[in-house]
Design a protein around this ligand. Structure first.
Ligand code: GLU
Length: 295
């Protein structure tokens, strides 16, 4: 089945080398896209330049290529898209869908309740900045319409943004654009139809859909796959120094990632090449099996 209208993507944050957790997310998105003959794009999520590492920006694409995960088209890089983010924020401000907030993190923490996605902003600056309070960040004004989407593995998800999340930051106090704003604009620019990513990003989906709606952008389909946890129970992440994938041994790394995703595996064979293993995995890709994974 060929469906060139399908566009998937992998969007790593370059905070360290590709580790097993990010390989799992990359592989799931790659297989899901290729299984329907779609195009697979690569984006470097370096909007948070305070956390990005130059070396990782070069290393991650090289590691993906060594693992046979070849992407289509040029690499999109968030740090080169600031003007797009600025224009979108200006539009939200004009439409009164974004407002300046003078609260420090400490002030928010002192008043906020905790929701599934962290602190729920109590709306302090919603009706306007108090006298002599300088604007620090910009927040998106959420409303009381529930956000509902169907995750392809997890089923119907409903979030009440006003009571569960609150007005969220779209431009941070340090001047950087927030990930939610950047990523919806980037996915739309790439024409992404299918987001496949780790289930740790499930709570990010409703705020992102709300932004898509406010900016008149299409909402893609979503498939959240299990997250890899370290033995200490924390999510494997580049920032907690998870081991880099040994790209000199692509077959064992790919087999392990397929196994984690609860996918069938071909008989081990000494002569199996990376492209043959990936072709086999593309033909046998069963997204509904992912949630049986041993997360
Ligand atoms: N850049 C994000 C991360 O590495 C993933 C973004 C996404 O897949 O939406 O966690």
């Amino acid at each position: 089945m060929k469906n060139t209208a399908v566009i998937g993507r992998f969007a790593p944050s370059p905070t360290g080398p590709l580790h097993f957790g990010s390989l799992v997310a990359a592989l799931a998105s790659y297989l899901d896209t290729r299984a329907v003959g779609g195009r697979w794009r690569l984006r470097i999520d370096d909007v948070d330049q305070s956390r990005s590492r130059e070396a990782a920006i070069a290393e991650i694409p090289a590691s993906l290529a060594a693992l046979g995960l070849h992407w289509d088209g040029p690499i999109q890089q968030q740090s080169s898209r600031t003007a797009v983010y600025a224009e979108a924020l200006a539009g939200l401000i004009r439409a009164e869908q974004a407002y300046p907030c003078g609260c420090t993190r400490r002030e928010v923490a002192a008043q906020a309740e905790r929701g599934p996605a962290g602190m729920i902003y109590p709306g302090t600056c919603r009706a306007g900045l108090g006298a002599h309070r300088p604007a620090r960040s910009w927040r998106f004004r959420v409303n009381d319409t529930p956000i509902r989407f169907v995750d392809r593995a997890l089923g119907v998800q409903t979030t009440q943004l006003d009571t569960e999340v609150g007005d969220f930051v779209v431009r941070r106090a340090d001047g950087l654009y927030a990930y939610h704003l950047a990523m919806v604009l980037d996915d739309a620019a790439l024409g992404v139809t299918d987001v496949v990513r780790g289930a740790d990003l499930l709570p990010a989906t409703a705020p992102q859909i709300a932004l898509q709606q406010a900016l008149g952008l299409p909402t893609p389909r979503y498939l959240h796959v299990p997250v890899v946890y370290a033995a200490d129970g924390r999510k494997l992440s580049k920032t907690n120094a998870a081991a880099a994938i040994d790209t000199h041994q692509p077959i064992p790394a790919l087999r392990q990632a397929l196994e984690f995703l609860n996918q069938p595996l071909p008989e081990p064979r000494d002569t199996l090449r990376v492209d043959e293993l990936l072709d086999w995995a593309i033909r046998h890709w069963t997204p509904s099996q992912c949630m049986g994974a041993k997360a």
